[in-house]
Design a protein around this ligand. Structure first.
Ligand code: ATP
Ligand code: ZN
Length: 289
């Protein structure tokens, strides 16, 4: 793979780093990062990895300094809302760093609407867009960190910030009251590729998809009576045409299936109740469809 050099920008440190690195390594791109180095060269593919702040990724990709980048949808959307030069396009959802951008207010606040309020946020572009769309006039205050403290020091009536588990809100006696957008890490790409580059990038995307699909998939093996095989196959979540193998004991079969949806304990218990035995659920490393 990769006759043409491809450069991928990822976050240097922070919430996106571990999963971004993991995705590249599982996709067969070997590289090591060390200290303050901005560039890591892959030792087995023609890929360079740029290690930067997540805020720099949309512009590096838009300018073509990097061909691809991994960044939160929240960062891409905010920058695209305020800067016309951000033209990088989202090409693949990566399924990690899931969070939402929401409005929150102090538990004691009587606030019911955003109208004529002061809203503190690190996402002024997205908040202003939301206010315009909903025909609301309010004061948006840009704050870079500790947004959750602003309602308590008289700077704002409410905030608009990223929430994942809600623990930070709870710790600061804040309550979410309006949702603005969902976000997760995405692969973004520059807008123009040469033909050869395009082929390499498509191959790379296929590998990323293989890793993402595998993360959600499980390989299930079990034994059952031949008479209950149909019923059991229907219970296997997201299984596409399971394999049924005869066993030495003529009335029994082994059923093997790739399940594209999670296999919970409840599913396994249901399988057992319907006559399955020796149920094995195994992780899948890579899938190439
Ligand atoms: P950098 O130093 O690279 O600028 P940062 O401090 O801006 O990093 P992080 O806190 O590492 O950014 O978050 C990176 C991304 O992780 C966010 O933009 C968002 O997409 C995602 N994320 C997921 N959950 C949360 C959360 N609870 N709070 C903040 N970001 C989250
Ligand atoms: Zn950042």
């Amino acid at each position: 793979m990769n006759s043409q050099k491809i450069t991928i920008a990822i976050q240097k440190k922070g919430r996106l780093f571990d999963n971004s690195k993991d995705l590249l390594l599982k996709s067969g791109i070997k590289f090591t990062t060390s200290g303050e180095k901005l560039l890591a060269r892959s030792s087995n593919t023609n890929i360079d990895i740029l290690l930067v702040r997540d805020d720099d990724i949309p512009s590096l990709v838009s300018k073509g300094v990097a061909d691809l980048g991994i960044v939160g949808q929240n960062v891409l959307a905010e920058q695209a809302a305020t800067n016309k030069q951000i033209v990088a396009k989202e090409i693949l959802s990566l399924g990690f760093s899931k969070c939402r951008l929401s409005f929150a207010k102090p538990l004691t606040s009587k606030l019911r609407s955003l109208k004529n309020k002061s809203i503190a946020t690190s996402y002024p572009g997205l908040v202003k867009k939301y206010l315009v769309k909903n025909n609301l006039k309010s004061n948006v205050i840009k704050i870079n960190g500790s947004v959750e403290l602003t309602p308590y020091i008289g700077i704002a009536d409410c905030i608009c910030d990223l929430i994942s588990s809600g623990a930070t809100l709870e710790a600061n006696n804040l309550i979410e009251f309006k949702h603005l957008m969902d976000s997760q890490a995405v692969l973004i790409a520059k807008t123009k590729f040469h033909d050869i580059e395009r082929i390499d990038v498509l191959n790379l995307i296929r590998r990323f998809e293989g890793v993402i699909n595998a993360a959600e998939s499980k390989y299930v093996m079990l034994n059952a009576d031949l008479s209950s095989a149909d019923k059991i196959c229907k219970l296997l979540p997201g299984a596409d045409s399971p394999t049924i193998i005869p066993l030495q004991e003529k009335s029994k079969v082994a059923i093997h299936a790739l399940c594209s949806e999670p296999v919970f304990w409840e599913t396994m218990e249901k399988l057992k109740k319907n006559g399955a035995s020796s149920i094995l659920v195994m992780p899948v490393e890579k899938i190439l469809n």
